[in-house]
Write a protein that binds this ligand. Structure first.
Ligand code: NAP
Length: 488
């Protein structure tokens, strides 16, 4: 089972032991004592090494060489002597860079990790490096743990890490640093990594992109991952703000589905899918990639085909399928619209989903958008009429929809600075904040309101059903989790 290691450093043995005790309470398996960083913080390294036997968790002793962005200041002889002292003191693992491994004359008592880092890019000849590490182990007469860390240029590089892990011929630690590489850390249990690194809550970590141990063990359920665990995720850029991993993983855990859902920060969608699509069972797609992958799907469900965009891609019995669950989510939020007049503010992606539902449902569509040309184009596509904001305030309507981004993260802004009609239904697609000024004013006028969270949960539920093949999604739990994060 993949171990979780927390890299730590401190200026005193007591502080380092206290951090190690904290790591032990999180469920981590191992602590990595970064002797080079302890040195930088002014620690007496012989006192740190003397404290190794008192660590509540097994210790990886690492004294990173400056060539691999380590903080060590001193001779190579002194550095190797320090590692030998850590070994004698009872460290469970000793980490030494492959590039410096010729300095290792004898095998340590501890397990030896031989490491290679590329902080700039995807590295070169990684299988060759791992072979070279095995050769060092052969010379010393021990099996070594091969560690390779690269920097992902884009999420397509995740496949490099996956290949190293699933085709391993011994213990391997492989990871891609940076936000584009984060899934390599979260999926180490699926791919069979010997160990993955995480940071304590509130700590910056020792390398770019490390998740917190709480997230790794909680949301991403590292200890339950096996080679059979299905990989799901959300792809976009930016992506770190996404609530989708929170709600989907909560649902998967509650339903006992053997799958994990991770955030993929992706710049080039087609390159990513070509490199990684074979091992991803299902993908939620968000800005700016909703158009890019639709042509790759063999089956394009009607909402995606008609809208020309998809927010969901999944393998269904070996066939790549695409749909647009925003459309079914909008239908859920608007209810029956036959014979009703819908005044739609906005003409972007979500507005297109609204327009489609109004047109298909027998409603009358009025489109009002800052850029009139776009309102006219959308109205043309869905048999509606474009109107200016000035005309809109004098026009009767039954349903008013905010399909613009006005009000998002800006509670003082509203796309409708006019009185609301008390007998209307008012729907805001924006859900951050949960209660927008638009909806507050509508509710105060007596209008019925539907918030953007309902759309978010409905579209996510459509994805969940397709990813899992289950008839229903745990919508109450998903809503509860989303609310918790939005209010937190
Ligand atoms: P989009 O394609 O970029 O469209 C943005 C729309 O907002 C355009 O009509 C744009 O008008 C208008 N707009 C932007 N800034 C404006 C301003 N200052 N004043 C007036 N109009 C402005 O974005 P989208 O994908 O449709 O998303 C729009 C919003 O829907 C997002 O904020 C998001 O919160 C929400 N959304 C919610 C869900 C959900 O699950 N609840 C799902 C998808 C989207 P121009 O054409 O003039 O630029």
């Amino acid at each position: 089972m993949t171990l979780v290691a927390i890299p730590l450093s401190a200026a005193t043995p007591d502080d380092l032991l206290a951090l190690s005790a904290k790591a032990a309470t999180t469920g981590a398996d191992v602590v990595e004592w970064r002797l080079d960083t302890c040195q930088k913080k002014g620690a007496d390294l012989s006192a740190i090494i003397a404290a190794i036997p008192r660590s509540p968790l097994p210790v990886i002793a690492t004294c990173r060489h400056p060539d691999e962005t380590g903080d060590w200041v001193g001779s190579e002889t002194a550095r190797l002597a320090l590692l030998a002292a850590a070994d004698a003191a009872g460290a469970a693992y000793i980490d030494c860079e492959l590039a410096q491994a010729e300095g290792l004359a004898t095998a340590p008592k501890a397990r030896l990790i031989l490491s290679s880092h590329d902080f700039q890019g995807p590295g070169t000849d990684l299988p060759g490096k791992i072979q070279a590490m095995r050769a060092v182990g052969h010379r010393l007469g021990i099996p070594v743990i091969a560690k390779v860390a690269i920097t992902a240029r884009d999420a397509a590089d995740l496949t490099i890490i996956r290949n190293l892990l699933v085709h391993r011929d011994g213990d391997v630690i492989a990871l891609a640093m940076g936000e584009h590489g984060l899934p390599s850390r979260l999926l180490a249990g699926v791919w069979g990594g010997f160990l993955t690194f995480a940071r304590l809550d509130g700590d910056g970590g020792s390398a770019p992109g490390q998740p917190t141990v709480g997230d790794l063990l909680g949301r991403y359920r590292l200890k339950s991952q096996t080679a059979n665990t299905r990989i799901l995720g959300v792809m976009g850029s930016p992506i770190s703000h996404s609530l989708s991993p929170h709600i989907h993983n909560a649902g998967l855990a509650q339903d006992g589905v053997d799958a994990v859902y991770v955030p993929f920060r992706v710049e080039n969608a087609v390159d990513f899918w070509n490199a990684c699509g074979a091992w991803i069972h299902g993908l939620s797609i968000t800005i700016p990639h909703k158009e890019a992958l639709l042509p790759l799907a063999t089956v394009q469900e009607a909402p995606a085909k008609a809208a020309g965009v998809c927010n969901t891609l999944w393998w269904d019995a070996g066939v790549l399928s695409a749909t647009n669950t925003d459309v079914e989510g909008v239908a859920h939020c608007l209810g029956n619209i036959r014979g009703k007049t819908v005044l739609l503010l906005g003409a972007g992606g979500v507005a297109r989903a609204v327009a489609r539902i109004v047109s298909a449902g027998g409603g009358t569509l009025l489109v009002c958008n800052r850029t009139l040309d776009k309102a006219e184009a959308l109205a043309r596509d869905f048999q509606g009429r474009a109107i200016t904001l000035e005309d809109a305030q004098r026009t009767p309507y039954d349903i008013l929809v905010n399909g613009t981004s006005v009000g998002m993260k800006a509670p003082a802004d509203t796309p409708w600075p006019f009185p609301h009609r008390p007998d209307s239904l008012v729907f805001d697609t924006v859900y951050v904040p949960l209660e927008t000024r638009f909806l507050k004013e509508a509710a105060a006028s007596g209008a019925k309101t539907v918030d953007g969270l309902q759309l978010f949960i409905a579209q996510a539920a459509g994805q969940y059903r397709r990813f899992t093949g289950r008839g229903t999604a745990p919508e109450d739990l998903m809503r509860q989790v989303a609310r918790h994060h939005l209010q937190g």
